[in-house]
Design a protein around this ligand. Structure first.
Ligand SMILES: Nc1nc2c(ncn2[C@@H]2O[C@H](COP(=O)(O)OP(=O)(O)O)[C@@H](O)[C@H]2O)c(=O)[nH]1
Ligand SMILES: [Mg+2]
Length: 314
């Protein structure tokens, strides 16, 4: 639904591309023959960007198979095999982000953003608000992180940038009261989308998880079809730990989508493959920078094309 720009995605994924995928292409190009040793080198590179063991084996097996079959194993062919296999893993679980008609039929469409501290929730709420506003939707944000003193101020900066409305209360207020009032106001002024930012709850603290349930329940009392989406934000730098976090959240709440942030800051952008393979939840958006227009709808083909290119100077 949003306008992705491929160049932005490419520059956002530069670290993973330069440190991993360009090296893979170099490895393939530099060899007169693609032997078992080359495959081991590729395997090590894939593992080092957090793609995960299962996916790595799947990819290497496919390349090995292809090498046996194809007489002409030039780097174009092998790169293409790699690409197709990578896309296959991501498309396993690909589910396009919500479409316009979904929102239009269900206003106010309520999205709750959850995740551990510092994962990028507040930033993502700002970016999402901006994107939705650009799509022509009237957006209302609820600042339900009443735990941190600076949370309101931080969100307010994004609210100004995105030019949307926000409901906030003083620090220490009941987060579900913020959620309730936000939805109440959204109903009153005919907002299309409500975004609820929440506190960085530690997934080991079950009382905080209970609070999340309470937020969901009060929203549902006011708007029968809501909450429509619950998105878990995972910091792309956290590797395996991001999956552990997701599993913990899944015990307490039904997560409808995952947002992976900070992919611009890591050479371990392979984590998305592991997330898709291990969690049965679609990845909806990816964060590739700190600017307001740095949230992209996730697209498997675009993602792989941005990572794996034959032109290494690009
Ligand atoms: N480079 C980069 N930084 C990000 C991205 N998303 C969030 N951040 C940064 O991560 C830090 C924590 O973000 P914040 O939204 O406050 O996290 P929260 O505690 O989950 O609300 C901030 O410094 C953000 O600027 C991203 O996609 N790329
Ligand atoms: Mg926050």
């Amino acid at each position: 639904m949003f306008k992705n720009t491929f160049e932005k995605l490419k520059s956002g994924l530069a670290k993973t591309r330069d440190k991993i995928f360009n090296k893979i292409v170099e490895t393939i190009s530099g060899k007169a023959q693609l032997d078992e040793q080359t495959l081991i080198e590729i395997e090590e590179l894939l593992l080092s960007c957090d793609i995960g063991f299962d996916s790595t084996i799947q990819i290497i097996d496919k390349v090995r198979e292809e090498i046996k079959k194809e007489k002409d194993r030039n780097k174009e062919i092998i790169t293409q095999v790699l690409k197709l296999e990578l896309i296959k893993i991501l498309e396993n679980n690909e589910n396009k982000s919500f479409v316009k008609s979904q929102i239009i039929g269900n206003t106010p469409f309520v999205i709750i953003i959850i995740g551990v501290n510092g994962s990028g929730k507040t930033t993502t709420v700002g970016k999402l608000a901006y994107n939705l506003k650009n799509e022509g939707f009237k957006v209302m944000i609820g600042s339900a992180d009443t735990f941190r003193a600076a949370a309101n101020d931080q969100l307010e900066i994004w609210v100004k940038r995105a030019d949307v409305n926000m409901v906030q209360k003083t620090r220490g207020s009941d987060p579900s009261a913020v959620a309730y009032e936000t939805c109440e106001l959204a109903l009153k002024n005919n907002s299309d989308v409500v975004l609820i930012d929440t506190a960085g709850r530690l997934h080991t603290k079950s009382n905080l998880m209970d609070e999340l349930k309470k937020i969901s329940n009060v929203i549902n009392k006011l708007i029968q079809h809501a909450p429509n989406e619950i998105y878990l934000v995972i910091d792309g730098n956290t590797g395996q730990n991001g999956i552990v976090q997701a599993r913990e959240f899944m015990k307490y709440t039904k997560i409808t989508g995952i947002i992976i942030t900070k992919l611009d800051g890591t050479a371990k952008g392979g984590i998305i493959f592991q997330i898709v393979k291990e969690l049965n939840i679609p990845v909806k958006y990816i964060g590739v920078g700190e600017d307001i227009d740095d949230l992209q709808e996730f697209d498997a083909k675009e993602y792989v094309n941005a990572l794996l290119t034959l032109d290494l100077n690009n």
